[in-house]
Design a protein around this ligand. Structure first.
Ligand code: AMP
Ligand code: MG
Length: 409
């Protein structure tokens, strides 16, 4: 459906997010799970450590034997990490040479670190120089994770440490929201690939490398679908081919009011009665074509390079995060100090100004414009690490407060 009215950002986002529900969870191999979000709470079916073991290289002893240290004990063997403890419990007057990670032998209740001992020449006896307390340098079973303990809640984003915990529980897979594969398609007769020769009127395709990188940087799998020319049939074919192998599609260009802006027409048709085209009360990135084609969300982002990036941040990234099970969809927003005036004209829109944001000595972020603010002027967007959000009005004076969306970290 075409929507001629200009709608607020929040409303446009809701329309998009409502059509991008979380994907079904599946068993994801640990090696592929970095950055994925857990689909259910993870409950430990075994303890970590699974058995009491030594935290030090030294001698396993009966602490009661060492009260009168220095004392001499008989060395009855050596236990390395990975070896099975002896069947015979340690008897009074005995010590067992033991290495970090080795299981505590029965009968022993403490470890004396090797630095506090002196072994005789033959190695048959050892002098324990200090008294040991029960439990010294012993890691108890379940000290890290108890059986039945919930280690991670549902919707936890898996970082390297999480994967380590899962591996320590003997898990090779985790129930998680699968990573999404997202195709990126550029549209435009003027576009030239890579470093090819430009004829008059042509430009290099910069949106595709940018959007592919934005996807990867946000933890999604990106698929390069190339360039489609400005013809209704070509764009129809490209979108239909794209959705066949992808969980979502991102296109750029062809969504404004021009004679050759076919993406919105095609998306409107392919997505049936679902959302087709919107105009959002923001600057840059006013037009957005969005539709669900055969279950695959398609984001028709504007062609202007800054607009496509901003639109990606405002719509695509949150929607893909929702599909992949994240509960926090948005970038961090902070209240920042404008170190210079960020002026604007009232026009009924929210302006997203490309700025550099830096933490100041006062503990607050401070922002400055990162350069020329045209939607075709990508340099200032590249140099920016944040977008200052200027509500409708005159903007903000130097020293004033401005809500700012941090783009990295
Ligand atoms: P459109 O939305 O197709 O009217 O494009 C708006 C502006 O963005 C035009 O100046 C296009 O040349 C430019 N543009 C569209 N696609 C790309 C692209 N992939 N890379 C760089 N500029 C583009
Ligand atoms: Mg175009």
């Amino acid at each position: 459906m075409y929507r001629d009215e200009v709608i607020p950002l929040a409303e446009a986002r809701t329309r998009v997010l409502d059509l991008c529900p979380p994907q079904e969870i599946s068993e994801v191999p640990l090696a592929e799970a970095l950055g994925c979000v857990t689909g259910e709470a993870i409950v430990a079916s075994q303890a970590v450590p699974a058995f009491a073991n030594t935290a030090m290289d030294g001698y396993a002893v009966r602490s009661a034997d060492t009260t009168a240290a220095p004392v001499r004990l008989t060395v009855v063997g050596t236990l390395s990490a990975g070896s099975t403890p002896p069947d015979q419990p340690l008897a009074s007057g005995e010590a067992l040479r033991i290495m970090t990670g080795a299981p505590m032998p029965a009968g022993a209740d403490a470890v004396v670190m090797v630095e506090r001992t002196q072994v005789d020449e033959g190695g048959t006896t050892v002098t324990i120089q200090v008294p040991a307390q029960p439990g010294d340098h012993v890691r108890l079973a379940g000290e890290d994770v108890r059986v039945g303990q919930e280690v991670f809640a549902a919707h936890t984003r898996l970082a390297p440490g999480h994967l380590g915990v899962l591996a320590s529980l003997g898990l090779a897979e985790v129930a998680a929201f699968p990573r999404v594969r997202v195709g990126v398609l550029s549209t435009g007769d003027e576009l030239v690939e890579g470093s090819g020769q430009l004829r008059p009127g042509q430009i290099y395709d910069s949106n595709r490398p940018t959007l592919l990188a934005l996807l990867v940087a946000s933890g999604f799998e990106a698929v390069d679908l190339g360039i489609a020319r400005d013809a209704e049939e070509t764009i129809t074919d490209a979108i239909e081919a794209g959705i066949a192998g992808c969980d979502a599609l991102v296109t750029s260009g062809g969504v404004s009011m021009g004679d050759f802006d076919w993406v919105k027409t095609v998306l409107n048709r392919l997505s049936g009665d679902e959302m087709g085209w919107m105009q959002v009360a923001i600057r840059p990135a006013k037009p957005l074509a969005f539709g669900v084609v055969e279950g695959v969300p398609v984001f028709g982002l504007p062609g202007n390079p800054v607009s496509s990036m901003v639109s990606f941040e405002l719509f695509t990234r949150p929607a893909l995060r929702q599909m992949t099970g994240h509960l926090d969809l948005d970038r961090l927003h902070v209240s920042a100090v404008a170190d210079e005036g960020l002026r604007r004209q009232p026009d009924g829109k929210l302006h997203l100004v490309r700025v550099t944001a830096e933490p100041g000595a006062d503990g607050r972020f401070h922002v400055r414009s990162s350069g020329a603010q045209g939607s075709h002027q990508l340099l200032a967007m590249a140099r920016a690490n944040a977008l200052a959000l200027l509500p409708d009005g005159d903007g903000v004076q130097a020293g004033g407060q401005v809500w700012t969306m941090l783009l990295d970290g």
